[in-house]
Design a protein around this ligand. Sequence first.
Ligand code: HEC
Ligand code: HEC
Length: 268
Amino acid sequence: MRVPVLGKVSVFALLVMGAYTYYANSIPQLQSKPPEELSLEGGNVTPEQLVKAGEGIFKEKGTCEVCHRIGQKGTRAPDLAGIGATAAKRKPGMTAKAYIIESLLDPGAHLVEGYPNIMPKVDRPPIGLNRSELWAVAAFLESLGGTVGVKLDDIPKTAVAAEVKLPGDPKAGQAVFMGKGGCIACHKAGAIGASPVGPDLSQIAKIQTPEYIMAKILNPAGMGTVAGYPAGVMPATLGQTLTAREYLDLVAFLLTLKGEGAAPAAKK
Ligand code: HEC
Ligand code: HEC
């Protein structure tokens, strides 16, 4: 009988990821509320105010601009110019409004051709938009070539998942990043590194979930290829070469990367 070859770290990572998901789902009462939360529930708000608020969220809290530009190609995600109109044609029988909401809450349900499934659910950490904020962003997207018609009631009431700290020492992880892991040969990470071979990771913790980051290290190809970058370049052997400790420390380090030292305009 052949036993599948699975690196020790991979098994360990699955356990940690499982624990993370378990905690995240089991303690919803530990909501982490960012300070600048927008609440529009019950208030009178004109479509213009809503669109304006949504634009602000698109640029700031939503971190959408790190991946998407409006009217500009060459970033890692589709150009959203005209999405208010094109959204109506994406899925047969689905209205523009429904498609826009789905693309925020369940981005993997429909993939734009040529792009990988890397967009995080924006109502979950690390982006974690609340219901009012989702409403505003959806209105802003509708305004790009379409008609603003989204109502607060169109946005499902969702519980914000808790943010859970993973064990691991970021300082030791930085050493792995620069040393044994070899990441620095291809990636910039805040103040360290400068290689343009792989994406700048300086704000990876702002735009990606711990699950994605953990899985990407172990199985780069399985997580899809970031648009604008070559496939098969990131080594697939890290699950075998890193120890469990090194892996956890490395992930802890990556989770500290929240934007400091990112290249201007966050383009590749
Ligand atoms: C980590 C990068 C990333 C971030 C952050 C991100 N997106 Fe995306 N988004 C993508 C990618 C890649 C796609 C294409 C694959 C897909 O359809 O899921 C996409 C698809 C979309 C689509 C569908 C576009 C179409 O033409 O059908 C919409 C709408 C969208 N994103 C809106 C947003 C908004 C709004 C935000 C911020 C709240 C955001 N995205 C944050 C990467 C990202
Ligand atoms: C030989 C070059 C190379 C090395 C070494 C390398 N990577 Fe990568 N990495 C890439 C490339 C190219 C991409 C983009 C293509 C893809 O998605 O596979 C990438 C993508 C990523 C992403 C996804 C980024 C995003 O914006 O979604 C993460 C996270 C990542 N690498 C982390 C690491 C870590 C951590 C290490 C060290 C343990 C490492 N990489 C080592 C080349 C490399």
